[in-house]
Design a protein around this ligand. Sequence first.
Ligand code: ADP
Ligand code: MG
Length: 237
Amino acid sequence: NLSGNAYCRQHEITVTGGEVPPPFSSFESTSFPSEILREVHNAGFSAPTPIQAQSWPIALQGRDIVAIAKTGSGKTLGYLLPGFMHLKRCRNDPQMGPTMLVLSPTRELATQIQEEANKFGKSSRISCTCLYGGAPKGPQLREIERGVDIVVATPGRLNDILEMRRISLHQVSYLVLDEADRMLDMGFEPQIRKIVKEVPTRRQTLMYTATWPKEVRKIAADLLVNPVQVNIGNIDE
Ligand code: ADP
Ligand code: MG
């Protein structure tokens, strides 16, 4: 069993921020409840990926995070599982609006996140819907009305629905900007900023990105409070 420092060296994890908790090098060392650990076991996963190992304990403390790790490193569960714990603590009424909001650059990625949320959240009775453009709004509006814990959305479509006043973000207290670099490359910055204005400032904000160019650093500086930064491998600017 490796010490936190040895684990970080072995997996090229570097962290900046005060009093960072040691990584969870195994699923057994996490504090996730048995229904979630069962799903992870059913998925055939043997250990957390490095970004999960280091971002879980930080996210579970309620702190803001910037996580920089390449595609395929398991970032989705890195924010989803602590988000599930957050949902359990809040116990909000989903009919009043989502508690967790994930912004994602494309319909394909948003759909994959929703599938992951449904798969790992089903036994915890967590509900999730997906909002994206290029599809009729009607069914998406009905899902919102029915009430959901998690909304995964592309910035353009969510902004349209906000302008129609058909969703309320006043209950959101766990905000994820996934693939932040790609969202900015696609020109979504104005929509992201409008959406975040509708989210209460009393929230936890997590940003996941594959690269760390200055545009991403700027929006992180504006939207996150004292984030802990976690890097896996070399920072690719
Ligand atoms: P990223 O967002 O970093 O590109 P994903 O979250 O999409 O990566 O994960 C990539 C793949 O790895 C997915 O198929 C996911 O189910 C799988 N995965 C996630 N966590 C683990 C793990 N701990 N062990 C093995 N596979 C995992
Ligand atoms: Mg991803």
